[in-house]
Design a protein around this ligand. Structure first.
Ligand SMILES: [Ca+2]
Ligand SMILES: [Ca+2]
Length: 273
């Protein structure tokens, strides 16, 4: 009860501290909105869990710089501050370069040490529906970003369209090759000059893959350690021409994210592109 009261007191103190802080300089998308309405550091979400591993619950505070003037809830400088309750100190998670709409917190163990980690997810609002994520471990009171900006790229592919309304795809990380059936887009490709009517490829097309559009924590075997389940889209002649979706499962092992499984789907019916 005493510890809980201490946590709540510190949480309240930090909230007041953050909300009275001078504005942090705006970056990125803020340049497009009114300067008079930007630059306020805001508490986006809070949670109370032990993330340092000492058995005492800590305060977890998700903060960001709000882009007022925009009708949507867009934040830059998204970061997390942890109130290490047992030691009465504030830990900066050290996240940089994270911006997005309506950021969310998830607290759970990804590393397998039974100490909960902190996941932050923020849709970037781009045309591809991309979500930007970070995961921080604060085990022992030492912050470490274990899912970094580069990890949002997910699977990398190379590939090309081939005769017969097909695309050959190679996933380098898995040493896996597969062929996507493009019949669903046949009429559009013939009309656009990508293929002849008899299926001969007329121009070079190299499909590409987007970063994760969703990335969710999942505990498949119920052992309390979470994996990540991600979706990525593969595009063909244009970004809106989604020719396949790839699902992948990632597990944190020996200091890196390892692919456990990956599956792809083929579009049976075109939605117009
Ligand atoms: Ca703790
Ligand atoms: Ca952990």
């Amino acid at each position: 009860m005493c510890k809980r009261a201490t946590v709540l007191f510190l949480l309240l103190f930090l909230l007041l501290f953050i909300l009275t802080m001078p504005p942090i300089a705006g970056t990125m998308a803020e340049s497009n909105v009114s300067q008079t309405n930007t630059g306020k550091t805001t508490v986006i979400a809070t949670s109370s869990e032990d993330v340092t591993g000492d058995g005492v619950k800590d305060g977890i505070i998700l903060i960001g710089t709000r882009a007022y003037g925009d009708n949507l809830v867009f934040f830059t400088n998204i970061n997390v501050r942890i109130i290490d309750s047992a030691n009465n100190r504030v830990i900066d998670a050290g996240i940089s370069g994270l911006a997005g709409y309506d950021p969310k917190l998830f607290i759970g163990d990804f590393t397998g040490d039974k100490i909960k980690d902190i996941m932050i997810s923020a849709p970037t609002g781009g045309s591809g529906g991309i979500i930007d994520n970070r995961i921080v471990s604060v085990s022992g009171g030492i912050p470490k970003v274990i899912f970094e900006e580069k990890d949002n790229s997910g699977l990398a592919i190379t590939g090309k369209f081939v005769d017969g309304f097909k695309a050959d795809i190679k996933v380098e990380q898995l040493g896996m090759e597969f062929t996507i059936d493009l019949q669903a887009f046949k009429d559009m490709y013939i009309e656009g000059g990508t293929y002849s009517k008899d299926g001969k490829l007329l121009i070079d097309v190299e499909p590409w893959i987007d970063p994760f559009s969703t990335l969710d924590p999942v505990d498949y075997d119920g052992d309390g350690t979470y994996c990540l389940h991600g979706y990525q889209s593969i595009s063909g002649v244009a970004h809106v021409n989604r020719i396949s979706n790839v699902e992948s499962i990632w597990k944190y092992s020996d200091g890196r994210w390892v692919i456990e499984n990956a599956e792809y789907s083929t579009c049976m019916i075109s939605d117009g592109m």
